[in-house]
Design a protein around this ligand. Sequence first.
Ligand code: AMP
Ligand code: MG
Length: 488
Amino acid sequence: MPATPDAVGWRFDNTYARLPDVLFAPATPVAVAAPRVVILNHRLADELGLNLRAMTPERSAAVFAGQDLPPGTQPIAQAYAGHQYGGFTMLGDGRAILLGEHRTPSGELFDLQFKGSGPTRFSRNGDGRAAVGPMLREYVISEAMAALGIPTTRSLAVVRTGERVFRMLPQPGAVLTRVAASHLRVGTFQYAAALQDGTTLRTLADYAIARHYRELADAPAKYHAFFRAVQDGQAALVAKWMLFGFIHGVMNTDNVAISGETIDYGPCAFMNAYDPATVFSSIDRGGRYAYGNQPGITQWNLARFAESLLPLIDPDEETAVKLATDTLNEFPAVYERYWLAGMRRKLGLDTDEAGDRELVQGLLDWMQATKADFTNTFRDLTSELLLAGERYQDETFRAWHARWQERLRREGRPVAAVYEQMKAVNPAVIPRNHRVEEALKAAEERDDLTPLHDLLAALASPFEATPERAKYTVPPADETGYRTFCGT
Ligand code: AMP
Ligand code: MG
């Protein structure tokens, strides 16, 4: 039974901890020296039915540093495996602890997880800790993603631990509280499949279906349908990443959520100048997870998911492989549908025409050739003054623009209305790398939270362009050599 809500409104119902115990290990957050709140997400708390204002700042710090656990929690570290850069490894939560699942007043279930709260059974050689910079980075980017309408885990709190963690240099330690539809990953299924115990695998799949795809519970061939539903969710998700220029950076199978949410914000970043080969992650030397590779890698990751589900899809292996492969082969078309529908919206098109794919490609090619900013180009298209702009004088662009205008005329809506519609899907503000770095640096080094709060305020309504926000719309002057890190 869920615990009765106290003044904050916690209602934990720890369903994961009732699964077969090979799937997790009990875990306890370590004691830390001097917990102190950096940021609390009151807006998210409200959505979850949690009143964090019922706690003093000291109590909040203790709670979100794992020193004073909310009632009804049952902390565990989840076991999982994963293909990291193509190689299979047994992993697990090495620096994360699941407190349990909180049930909101409307009945939805969300994981509450600490990241950086000390070692677990799965820590291997790691210290289980996290530094304040990367935890704030996850907070900023995940909240930006949510405001853009991209399915994502959320960030409820970041607290400093008052201790130092040792990376390349000593850094201030911190704990992030992450909220997720669940932390079930492709890697969780790979782990269960590696156990070669059919019961655990089936129990896990039934659990995932009950949590995320309830409509399939009584479907015929339900595990095959489950695979297809996850594939559909991934196609929809990655199409959104592509439409907003988001580069995840570390699309290992342990970082692919069954729920269809974006998870694990390490070396991720938004692209500025359009180039499919864009990579920011310092460790992605081969460009495996480059912007333009994301749909293909998603299909590769889904193939690993399908492999782990084979015994459930059909008792006859050959039949199972055939069924799974046929579905997997549908991925490119499913992805393309989501992507093209999104691109049509970005260009203000309401109808489908055969030449639309080419129209979109024409713009992308021009952007690549001229190193145009991906986000700003789409936004600029909504300006009546576009063609007066210095950047839009070249002939290729003008020819493309004429073709697009002609296409719009065939739809017959007034351009002003079309442009308004476009502004609602083409953001003015994205988390520009230099602005994110600047805000994190101020918070980390000077304990100055003003740039962080200003940035978060702009990111919270990304489709609004106001003069005060102009600085958040300017791409970095020179980004050669900008690198992101896993933060581990
Ligand atoms: P990630 O690259 O963040 O997806 O992490 C890959 C794996 O490394 C996961 O199993 C993490 O739990 C683990 N890991 C990352 N950082 C640490 C750390 N500081 N201590 C222990 N395990 C870690
Ligand atoms: Mg991970």
